[in-house]
Design a protein around this ligand. Structure first.
Ligand SMILES: Cc1cc2nc3c(=O)[nH]c(=O)nc-3n(C[C@H](O)[C@H](O)[C@H](O)COP(=O)(O)OP(=O)(O)OC[C@H]3O[C@@H](n4cnc5c(N)ncnc54)[C@H](O)[C@@H]3O)c2cc1C
Ligand code: SF4
Ligand code: SF4
Length: 642
């Protein structure tokens, strides 16, 4: 028992009765605080590196936010998605969806299937050949974009929206970077890729393909021809296996293997393939190797390493003789901690790849010709938090081909002066290269990560380039740096634009038409946490999960079709309906129904729009905060009113 008095107590000594419920509800707990409508960023959006207005397009899909005129909801949702991200059909398929990890609905039963709805919107746009908004006015400024990966193309898109001329300079014949030469077609179908890239080019983006900066043209030449340069080189070089024997001819890199497969040169692989690495690239290598299989009695020239190193190419007809390949994947990380997306790990193991975690390569076992015939590995123990080799656990795994997918770096030939010493380029908060006012950078060349990360960086870089080209100061980026819903734009779109502000002293804003009464936009500074939502409002609803084609170890050989099947319109709307609209009103009427003073009222139908659905009569409000308590989306906060 403590001898200190409690400092915070709900009841005082002697408090042993309560007032009648009637009184408790209608007059008790009066305060000077009245509801204000505070727009905040939902955590899904806060954790989407592209900063998509996810809540916005989900609310459009579920019919809460209406499309203007007779526009289809899908088209309106597409325009909302592409404010931030011009690749919804690709992202809906292969983004590991950090947004879903952050989703507040996880506190109810399961996250909203955000990328499944995103895929539906992206596929609808492709099917209906929806374009991106046409450029309104040309600025007369020109920007060179080095690299046509997702970073370069997203940057070109955002710059065209601001009217700047863009020229994409690409070393390869075709555009798309790792979306085309890394990620296999059964994850990103090429017609989807071509469709999403084509839409950006239709905005008037010029392309110089087969042109390598540093070889065919120098960076300095670009700097003198263009007003600014964006560098999106990606990380094209795979790291070799750093163990004795790791330089054997049949020890190749994952990016080399996938590039040879994706450009059609590699038609089959070896009978026993060993993949090293626990990331997405190694999963792709292993899954592709299972699909390619091997052929018996292949000629020396046809060995996969010769194809990968570009010495020759397979005759496509040999594919008819494929037989299955045994594929083993080893990862230094423990199985549960592998960096690869969980879904990819699941798919790959379902397709017959043997995955082993907590194993470290010791050396490559070589034959008399210096070719790898196996790899010696040792178990590691992670129980102390660090990896510790377990003595006496060394053993050999036999194989005919080793593919190392253990990391990537940039090829900075021609950009040597920008090298940060680790084969990458450093950027400041605006994605400008430090010390070079006209050079901006984004994507994997700053640090290899995800497609959505490259898109987000490119969008910030494009905003920075726009300021640089307009001779404006670089404005401080918002704390929550995402593409925000703008109530003002929404009011303008729906012909409810506020009147002009006359810059004179006024008392009270509830009747003024220049102000949006009672509304505060804190989306640039706050993310709304789940404990500020009234979660009791939501009943348990299963997630609408996309169906998958069942690819088994027996059917994987030669199976290059897409694995996942998109949602139907009905499923997409149902899934969107699970969204709790965190940080924004979704017109549930709880506050109107539960306010004991009838102080809360619906804004007139002719004046209401998304985010402007309810209002408060401060002359009636007693500050009891029931509305705040019953608001499921955390949109109401008790602020000071009159
Ligand atoms: C196998 C693999 C699977 C992946 N899977 C996923 C996934 O499922 N989900 C996900 O979100 N991310 C995935 N990633 C990561 C993702 O692909 C990258 O983060 C993304 O592609 C980076 O985009 P980028 O534009 O920076 O670079 P890149 O896509 O690499 O594009 C760079 C472009 O620049 C060009 N280029 C380079 N140097 C020059 C030069 N000197 N002159 C002219 N052009 C040049 C290249 O040819 C290339 O086209 C994967 C990566 C790999 C390798
Ligand atoms: S891009 Fe990725 S993180 Fe962003 S909304 Fe789509 S799935 Fe989520
Ligand atoms: S419930 Fe909706 S708004 Fe809230 S975090 Fe999830 S997807 Fe975003």
């Amino acid at each position: 028992m403590t001898d200190k008095l409690l400092t915070k107590r709900r009841f005082k000594d002697g408090d042993n009765s309560h007032r009648p419920w009637q009184e408790e509800i209608f007059t008790a707990d009066a305060s000077h605080k009245c509801p204000t409508y505070v727009h905040r960023t939902p955590p899904c959006q806060g954790s989407c590196p592209s900063g998509e207005d996810i809540r916005g397009w989900l609310n459009i899909a579920r019919g809460i936010e209406k499309a203007p005129g007779d526009m289809a909801w899908q088209e309106y949702a597409f325009s909302r998605v592409t404010d931030a991200n011009p690749f919804p059909a690709i992202m809906g398929r292969v983004c590991p969806a950090p947004c879903e990890d952050g989703c507040n609905r996880n506190e109810v039963e399961d996250h909203v299937g955000i990328n499944a709805v995103e895929q539906f919107i992206g596929d609808y746009a492709l099917e209906h050949k929806l374009g991106l908004p046409a450029v309104v006015a040309e600025s007369g400024k020109k920007v060179a974009i080095v690299g046509s990966g997702v970073a370069g193309l997203a940057c070109a898109y955002h710059l065209r929206r601001k009217g700047h001329a863009c020229t994409v300079i690409e070393a390869h014949e075709e555009l798309g970077g790792m979306m085309r030469y890394g990620i296999p077609g059964y994850r990103v179908p090429r017609e989807v890729l071509d469709g999403e890239i084509g839409r950006i080019l239709d905005l008037g983006v010029e392309v110089r393909n087969n042109t390598k900066v540093g070889v065919d043209v120098t960076l300095e030449e670009l700097q003198s021809e263009f007003d600014a340069v964006f560098i999106g080189l990606g990380a094209q070089s795979g790291s070799a296996l750093p163990v004795p024997g790791g330089d054997a001819p049949n020890c190749i890199t994952g990016v080399g293997f996938l590039q040879a497969f994706n450009d059609g040169r590699l038609q089959h692989t070896s009978a026993r393939v060993l993949v090293v690495g626990g990331g997405d690239t190694s999963m792709d290598v292993a899954a592709v190797a299972r699909r390619l299989g091997h052929i018996k009695n292949k000629r020396k020239n046809d060995r996969p390493e010769n194809i990968v190193l570009g010495h020759t190419a397979h005759d496509a007809a040999t594919a008819a003789h494929r037989q299955g390949a045994d594929v083993t994947l080893i990862s230094w990380e423990a199985l549960d901690d592998m960096p690869a997306t969980k879904m990819e790990v699941l798919h790959t193991s379902r397709e017959g790849v043997k995955i082993m975690g907590s194993l470290l390569p010791v050396n490559v076992i070589l034959d008399d010709e210096g070719r790898a015939t196996g790899i010696r590995v040792i178990d590691v123990d992670w129980s102390s938090g660090k990896s510790e080799k377990i003595a006496g656990t060394e053993r050999d795994i036999e194989c005919d081909l080793i593919v190392a997918a253990i990391g990537q770096a940039g090829d900075l030939s021609g950009f040597e002066s920008l090298d940060n010493g680790r084969g990458l380029i450093d950027a400041d908060g605006f994605y400008r290269v430090k010390g070079h006012p006209d050079l901006f950078v984004g994507g994997d060349i700053t640090k290899p990560h995800l497609l959505t990360t490259a898109i987000g960086q490119a969008s910030i870089a494009a905003a920075g380039i726009n300021l640089f080209l307009s001779d404006a100061d670089m404005k401080k980026r918002p704390k929550v740096d995402v593409h925000h819903f703008s109530l003002l734009e929404k009011l303008q779109e729906t012909d409810h634009a506020p009147g002009a502000y006359e810059h004179k002293q006024v008392r009270g804003t509830d009747g003024a038409d220049f102000a949006i009464h009672n509304y505060e936009d804190r989306s640039g500074v706050e993310v709304v946490p789940s404990d500020e939502l009234f979660l009791g409002h939501f009943k348990y609803e299963d997630r609408n999960i996309r169906a998958e084609h069942d690819i088994t170890p027996d059917s994987v050989l030669g199976s290059f079709g897409e694995r996942i099947q998109g949602l139907s319109e009905e499923q997409a709307k149902k899934e969107a309906d699970r969204c709790m609209s965190c940080g924004m009103c979704f017109e549930c009427d709880n506050c109107v129904i539960f306010c004991p003073q009838d102080a809360i009222f619906r804004v007139k139908k002719t004046e209401s729009t998304m985010g402007r659905y309810v209002d408060t009569d401060y002359t009636k409000c007693i500050g009891c905060h029931i509305c705040e308590d019953v608001c499921p989306s955390g949109y109401i906060r008790m602020g000071l009113g009159e």
